[in-house]
Design a protein around this ligand. Structure first.
Ligand code: UDP
Length: 238
């Protein structure tokens, strides 16, 4: 593990803090145990979640990089901290779905667990005050959130990432139901995967029992929350 000088806090989100460091092209991300759901209405902590999510995100970013997908991950600094490349985050949350769950089940009146004939990619406006509303390409263009080629690239990138993750997880007994991605722009305009990949941002079901092994255990008070995060770590970390 490397050592970096932690500077001013630049941003505090629900599950992470972002700090400046002693080089201008990078940030330090600290993963917290804090958990929120329903746009912050439900609050709690999940013991050791920060450690698990830091390690899992590093492992998934490393896997993606090995498949040629550029990510912001640079190095792991400590149990709860990673060094990432400084990018400017595009305010669009990109969700990819293989199986119906969560808000898609509600919105379209479909049973959770229904297989989708093809992967669905959705865009949400990253805006906590509005509860991250679903938007379409036309909204994204009209609001100047991204250009048409960038939207195409976001969708293509999400589909590619889905293929890589889905196969990797299935080999370890996990179904990738859906997940959320955030991307940033590097100074030269390149699109780079940012944020995190963890059971906070992915729905993961046991491939045999279809037990939920992700944040839905916290959202829906299913119990065994810490154990689920540990189980995902056990299956995915070396
Ligand atoms: N998701 C997320 N952050 C959000 C909203 C969704 O990480 O602010 C993830 C969520 O964990 C799930 C996927 O994106 O894996 C799809 O979530 P959905 O739209 O069903 O909403 P949710 O039920 O999570 O509110």
């Amino acid at each position: 593990m490397i050592s970096v000088q932690r500077g001013d806090m630049r941003y505090e989100g629900k599950a992470k803090r972002v700090y400046a460091v002693d080089r201008p092209d990078a940030y330090l991300v600290e993963f917290k145990d804090d958990a929120t759901a329903f746009n912050g209405e439900k609050k709690g902590t999940i013991a050791q979640k920060g450690v698990v999510n830091n390690r899992l995100s590093a492992a998934m970013f490393t896997l993606l990089a090995a498949h040629g997908v550029e990510t912001h991950y640079l190095e792991t600094v400590s149990d709860r901290e990673m060094l990432v490349r400084a990018v400017s985050i595009i305010p669009i949350e990109v969700v990819a779905r293989n199986v119906v769950a969560g808000t898609l089940a509600k919105r379209l009146g479909l049973a959770e667990g229904t297989e989708l004939a093809r992967t669905v990619v959705e865009f949400y406006l990253k805006d906590d005050a509005l509860g991250d509303p679903l938007i379409n390409r036309s909204h994204a263009l009209a609001l100047g959130l991204a250009t048409r080629p960038q939207l195409d690239e976001l969708e293509a990138r999400a589909l590619r990432i889905n293929e890589i993750l889905k196969e990797h997880l299935l080999a370890r007994g996990l179904l990738l139901i859906d997940f959320k991605l955030e991307f940033g722009l590097a100074r030269d305009g390149r699109l780079i995967l940012a944020d995190e990949i963890s059971p906070d941002t992915c729905r993961l079901w046991d491939a045999v029992t279809r037990d939920k092994l992700d944040k839905d255990r916290f959202r829906r008070d299913l119990g065994g929350v810490e154990e689920a995060y540990q189980e995902v770590a056990r299956r995915l970390l070396p």
